[in-house]
Design a protein around this ligand. Structure first.
Ligand code: AMP
Ligand code: ZN
Length: 140
């Protein structure tokens, strides 16, 4: 599905049915501030057409999103004096996706902002690493 979805929050934002604080837009992409920021300046990069996640979004559009995320990273870092930037994309509920319209998060980070990275659960068991690599390679 690549047209606007009537019940989708981000489609409504793109159609101006819901207000947002726009940073940038072009033919295919819309960029606006996240309403509930991890840190001030947290921004979302969203395709204008409704694609649910990374699996279905056309590669060309994903590349355009990433190009903009790069430029935006530098702009946000400069504007907010951030010490670093996280780029994040949540895909499906289990991965924390709340809005089912594909988007990249561009998040300014500060040395003292109190957030930590996720922690590894455990090291691989003997042979397990190659086993999972083989499984992935088979379908890649
Ligand atoms: P995700 O969990 O990756 O789907 O992220 C969805 C993001 O959308 C969250 O960080 C929300 O804070 C953000 N969000 C929800 N509603 C709005 C809105 N009306 N305007 C801007 N950002 C929003
Ligand atoms: Zn949508």
């Amino acid at each position: 599905m690549n047209t606007h979805m009537p019940d989708c929050l981000f489609c409504k934002i793109i159609k101006r049915e819901i207000p947002s604080t726009k940073i940038y837009e072009d033919r295919n992409i819309f960029v606006f501030l996240d309403i509930n920021p991890v840190n001030i300046g947290h921004t979302l990069v969203v395709p204008k057409d409704h694609w649910e996640n990374i699996y279905t979004t056309p590669t060309k559009i994903l590349c355009e999103m990433m190009e903009i995320a790069k430029q935006l990273s530098i702009a946000i870092k400069t504007a907010t004096k951030a010490d670093g930037i996280n780029i994040e994309m949540n895909n499906e509920k289990a991965a924390g996706q709340l809005v089912s319209h594909a988007h990249l998060h561009v998040v300014p980070r500060f040395g003292d902002d109190g957030f930590t990275h996720w922690h590894g659960k455990r090291p691989y068991n003997e042979g397990e690493m190659q086993e999972v690599a083989d499984k992935i390679i088979r379908v890649f």
